[in-house]
Structures are given as structure tokens and as C-alpha cells.
Ligand binder design. Sequence first.
Ligand SMILES: O=C(O)CCC(=O)C(=O)O
Ligand SMILES: [Fe+2]
Length: 318
Amino acid sequence: MPVAVSKPVVQTIPATADIKEILEILHRDGVIVLSDFCPEEEVDALNAKAKIHFERCEAEGRAADSFHGSKGRATHTTAAYGLLGSAPEELCKIMQRKVWHQVMEEFLTHESWDWGGDEKVYRKTGYWLHTNIGYKVSPGANNQRLHRDLNSAAIQRTGPESLVNGVSTFVAGCDVTPRNGGTHVAPGSHLWPQDRMPTQEDTVAVSMKKGSMAIWLSNIFHGAGANTCEPDEPNAVRTIYGLFCISDNFRQGESTAWICEPEVLKKMPPEVLRLLGMYAGRTGGGRFIGREPVQTWGPLKDYNGGEWIYRGLDSIYQ
Ligand SMILES: O=C(O)CCC(=O)C(=O)O
Ligand SMILES: [Fe+2]
């Protein structure tokens, strides 16, 4: 009798679900979709700003950029870095969601110790933003090759025992479907032995409603799906907004804070400035002239905690 191979699935649960359940699924599958993560009007505002961002990137020839080189990025795709520069207030709201921080805390705080003379010295990492990217994927895009994220950290994964160094999160700017190229993910691949190669048969397409958030651990195999829509179909262009975090013992992929003018940074609350690298990491990386950048970088002089504190239901500032 042939053994029935169960089809891979991605679990979708509400963003308001018990955090224990969310973390359990992420530990087991390495991937989850949280529905209703962003209200409709927040996504609409983000889409409007992202449209200008994509246009600017395309006009500047940046749509052709690809951090993985020509084999990594799917065709018909604008991957526009530094989305924060065009949609600062909108991304700032997303980065104050409690559940988002709870996921980062769970997977990206790693303890280590070593001798300091005759004392054991313990350290624990925090996390910060690695990159932020708007993706616009048009009909005709092909399957992106399957990969794990955070290659720039260049830490050799050896197997399931390897640390998770990054978490990738994506807000859906439109309904994401298998037809418009919903990312193909391989649930459970964070636990595979290192020599197991991924194939498309291991994957399932992420489907999610506009305003949902897909989350996967950086060591999950995935790749954008082919966009097989006709150009005049609804949601023919797949837009997703990626916020990637990394343990704060790593430098950010980009010094993305510099894309905003100091007056804009000054409106952001401390927890968002921390994500942008304006505070030293918990293990001391990212300092500026030996101190907290927020206190020492001249353009932030007189920073007083920002005016963009988001106090919605799921804010970290309740
Ligand atoms: O476009 C997507 O769905 C995924 C993109 C991706 O995996 C990446 O940029 O690393
Ligand atoms: Fe990726």
C-alpha cells in the first residue's frame, strides 16, 4: 500500500487569538497567517503610500535591484527597499503591535554566557529590524527559487538545533491567492536536517485576505509563487509589505533609519526607534560614539519620545 503523504498546510488564526496558540503553531510549523492583523483603512493608507514608493523605485531603476542576484528574484517583481521612507507612520503602527513583538521576543532572544575573569557573564539578545520591503508582483512572474531568509547573516545552519536568527512578516496589501503568486512555503522545514533539499511538492501557497499578516521563521523554505492572473483580474498585482527582524547581535541589513529625515524620526516612539537601530542592542552592538545613538546623534537632539504613539486596542502602549 502506498503511504499517504499529507499535503502541507498553513494555519490561519485571528491576530487576536491567544498568544500561546500562535507560538505553538509557529514552533510546530514555522509559519502562520494571522487574519485581521491590520484594519482595512490602515491597509488602504499603506497601499496609497506604497504606490508612490513603487513608482519612485521604478523611475529610479531600482526595480531591477535584487539582493539575491539574478537567480533569486522572480520576474515581473518590484522589491522596493526602504518602504519606511514612503510610509513611515503606517509602518510605525505595525511595529507597535503587541503580538508582533511577542513573536519576536519568543524567537529572537537568545541567551549566551562566557567567562569574565572568574565570573560567568550572561548575555541575552533582543531584536531589531533587518529590512523593510514593499513587494509588487505582476502577472507573468515566475516561481521564485525556494530559499531560507537572512542569508546576509551568513550563519551556517546545521539542522533543527540551529538558532532561529530571523523572523519574516508580511502584511497583505490585497487578497493573496495561489493564482496571484501567494508565497510557496514548506511548513516544518525549520526542523529539517540541513541536507534535505526543498522541492515545490513540499510547499503550499500562502492564501490570505487583505490586512492579514503572514509570519515565518527565517529558516523556513519558501519562495514567491508564479502569478498566473490575467492583467484585468481583481487582485492581479500581488502587493505585500515585508518587515523582517533579526536578533540584535547582528547588524541590520540596511541602516534603514537614514532614509527618513530627522524630523520624521523624532515623531516615532522609542520602541520604533529601537527597531530602526537608534538604540544599542541588548548585547551592546549598534552604539554611536560609545553611547546610545538616540542621545548622541546630533540631528535627534532634544528628542522627547515622539508624537506617533499608537494607542489602538493592540498597541504595546496601552
Ligand atoms: O514575494 C514573496 O512572496 C516572497 C519574497 C521573498 O521570499 C523574499 O524576498 O525573500
Ligand atoms: Fe524570502
